[in-house]
Structure formats: C-alpha cells, structure tokens
Design a protein around this ligand. Structure first.
Ligand SMILES: [Ca+2]
Length: 252
C-alpha cells in the first residue's frame, strides 16, 4: 500500500469522526427527542453507508495497489526474464558472434592462410618469411601465368620461404615458375627441410618453366610449410629466378 492510500484511509476516519461530532452537536439542538433519534439514526446509517463506500473504494485502491504491485512484480520478473533472455540471447548471440568471429577468424586465417607467394612483390612476400633470396627483379620477361617479377636463388645456396596450407592430411601440388636461361639453372626443392622432393637440371632453354610437383601429405605436418630451393648451379650465374610458388589442391 502506498502512502496515498494511508492518507485516504485516515482522511476517511478523520472525516467520519468530525461528521460524528457535528451530528452530535447538531442533534443536541433538536428539541424533539423522537426527531432527534431519527435524525441521528439516519445520519449514522448514512455515515455507515458512506464509510462502507469509502472502504469499498479503499479496497478497490488496495486491490489495485496489490494488483499493480503484482503487475509490477510480474513486470519486474518479466523484465528480469527478458533481461536474462536478452542476456542469454545476447550471450548466445555473442557466443555465436564469437563463434562466428572465430569462424571468421578461422576464415580469415584460412584467407590469410596464403598458399601463394608472388616473389618480387614485396607486399606479398612479407607474409612468407623469405630467407636466403637475392634481390628483386621487376618488369622481367613474363612468365606463363603473366608474372613479371622474381628473385634469384643464391648460387649453390639455400633460399626458403613459408606458405600456408588450409588442410592437413592431403597431398598438394606445388606449382612454381622458374627461369631456365643461359646459365645452369639447376635446383632441388625441399619441403620442411626434407627431400629433395624435386630435382631440376637446367637445360639452358631460355624459357620460364612451370614446375608441377606432387607433395605427399607425409611432408606436411603443419599448416605452415617451409619450401626451400637448393641451388645446384655448376656455374656462377645459374641462379634460377623464381617468379612465384603455390600450393594447389591436387583436385584443382
Ligand atoms: Ca613474381
């Protein structure tokens, strides 16, 4: 019950008391005993009816109050439920978002899991941990895939980089475009320091050769795969410029 209802209740009681006093005072002025009793009885009955009305009204307010409290209570419960629901949905949603994010991150990872490196493109190379390569050559003779940039291998040395494969336990096709020019552009390819998985003897063909090398899943135990070129030039110029390297799905 709110304070307004107490005010109403005490106002009613106060009013009833004042009315009763006024009736008694007024009744004393009626000289006729019978008329006085009738007047007092009538007024008391009237006041009782009035009191009853006040009680009914008050009960109505009380009832409403209880109802409203109940409603408020229920609304609060509802609010809590809704909050919990929202929280749950939100959390669920967040979890889903996280899941989605994880998925996205996974996707991004997958997307960032770059199985292709464009040698001679510094921006692209930066994701592939290059080691042992010579400087960049640009605007060079175009490779079969349209690539005009490359890096030379180190003469009789090692040149490596990393590529990412999105799936383990499957074989891949390593595709690389390499110059075979006038010098002895011979080289071996190693995967994760194992191999050679491929050996090429330079033919001085003055062409850019597309090498397709099947790499067994046995060589790949992580999504990050190290690819190394061991240069086998028998001269001092067969640096076998490499344009690009890619792990392709065998199915493609
Ligand atoms: Ca290139």
């Amino acid at each position: 019950m709110e304070i307004n209802n107490y005010v109403l209740l005490f106002s009613g009681i106060g009013g009833f008391a004042i009315s009763l006093i006024l009736i008694i005072v007024s009744a004393k002025k009626i000289k006729d005993e019978r008329k006085r009793r009738v007047a007092i009885s009538g007024i008391i009955v009237g006041l009782l009816i009035l009191g009853l009305i006040v009680l009914v009204i008050n009960y109505y307010f009380l009832d409403n109050d209880v109802k409203s409290e109940d409603v408020v209570g229920r609304e609060e419960v509802k609010d809590v439920e809704e909050e919990e629901k929202e929280e749950f949905e939100s959390t669920g949603s967040l979890e889903q978002e996280e899941d989605v994010n994880e998925g996205k991150l996974g996707d991004q990872k997958t997307n960032n899991c770059d199985a292709y490196v464009d040698l001679g493109n510094e921006q692209d190379e930066s994701n592939h941990n290059l080691y042992g390569w010579q400087g960049i050559f640009r605007n060079q003779p175009e490779s079969p895939s349209g690539d005009k940039t490359f890096r030379y291998q180190s003469i009789r040395g090692w040149a490596s980089l990393q590529l990412c494969v999105s799936q383990l336990g499957v074989d891949y096709l390593l595709v690389t475009e390499v110059q075979d020019y006038g010098c002895d552009d011979s080289f071996d390819i190693y995967i994760n320091d194992k191999g050679p998985v491929y050996s090429y003897e330079g033919t001085q063909s003055n062409s850019i050769i597309v090498h397709n090398v099947l790499i067994s899943s046995d060589y790949i135990n992580s999504s990050i795969v190290k690819v190394s070129f061991k240069n086998n030039a028998t001269d001092d110029c067969g640096a076998a410029g490499v344009y690009n390297i890619e792990f392709k799905s065998v199915e493609d």
